[in-house]
Design a protein around this ligand. Structure first.
Ligand SMILES: Cc1cc2nc3c(=O)[nH]c(=O)nc-3n(C[C@H](O)[C@H](O)[C@H](O)COP(=O)(O)O)c2cc1C
Length: 212
């Protein structure tokens, strides 16, 4: 079946797109408003888009009131944000930070998540998040005035000591992160414990093995 995206309602497109492009990584983004109020919200439309320079993107969709969500408004005001990764142990707290609280509400306090000072940017990181990327806004894209795709340059990465396997080369104990993914219908999630391994090979290895 073909879906004509031009004919579909935006929320039906949302359902289809977010019900198929999955699993998605999950972050709680912490920001400060221009007057210093702490804001936190989960985002799963996010990923690494470059390592040189190191860049992370976050897609902030329109607020239902057709205005920018607080995360985007704060980033445009302060040009800084922190991308906190969310382990399974913080899933329920993450869900609380999703609440559509009025601007100025500290969602971390609602979720009983403690924050701690970041190294290079003013927004704090979440103390129990095993990995936090401190970002400065590099650039942004807008497809409409009520939404924004934010590209942040990572200036400092915090990784919990017990997860670092080789500090000199940035090797992290990925399974031990115990992260989880966002799935469909804005309410389903998956764990990352069901893994399989597949080694990448070069053309030379492939031909030496006589497979062509
Ligand atoms: C797991 C999860 C992932 C989410 N991902 C996004 C996302 O990528 N983009 C977005 O605009 N909203 C996303 N949301 C919804 C926002 O977190 C929600 O609208 C929040 O209230 C925005 O807060 P803010 O106005 O403080 O930025 C997500 C919610 C959850 C629970």
């Amino acid at each position: 079946m073909q879906f004509d995206f031009q004919a579909m309602k935006p929320m039906d497109r949302y359902e289809l797109l977010l019900g198929t492009v999955l699993p998605r990584p999950i972050t709680i983004v912490t920001t400060l408003s221009a007057d210093g109020a702490l804001n936190a919200a989960p985002y799963s439309l996010f990923n690494v888009v470059s390592h040189d320079p190191p860049v992370i993107m976050i897609a902030v969709l329109p607020h239902p009131e057709r205005r920018l969500k607080d995360t985007a408004a704060n980033v445009f005001a302060t040009r800084e944000f922190v991308v906190n990764l969310v382990p399974r142990s913080l899933a329920e707290a993450m869900n609380i930070t999703n609440v559509d609280a009025p601007p100025g509400t500290n969602e971390l306090a609602l979720a009983k998540l403690e924050s701690t000072r970041s190294t290079s940017v003013r927004p704090p990181r979440i103390a129990k998040s095993p990995v936090a990327f401190e970002c400065r806004l590099l650039t942004s894209l807008s497809f409409n005035s009520d939404q924004a795709v934010l590209f942040g340059e990572v200036v400092t990465a915090f990784v919990s000591d017990d997860l670092v396997l080789d500090a000199a080369h940035g090797v992290i104990d990925a399974p031990k992160l115990n992260l989880f993914g966002a799935m469909h219908a804005a309410r389903w999630y998956c764990s990352t414990t069901d893994r399989f391994e597949m080694v990448r090979f070069t053309w030379a290895q492939w031909t030496n093995e006589g497979k062509v």
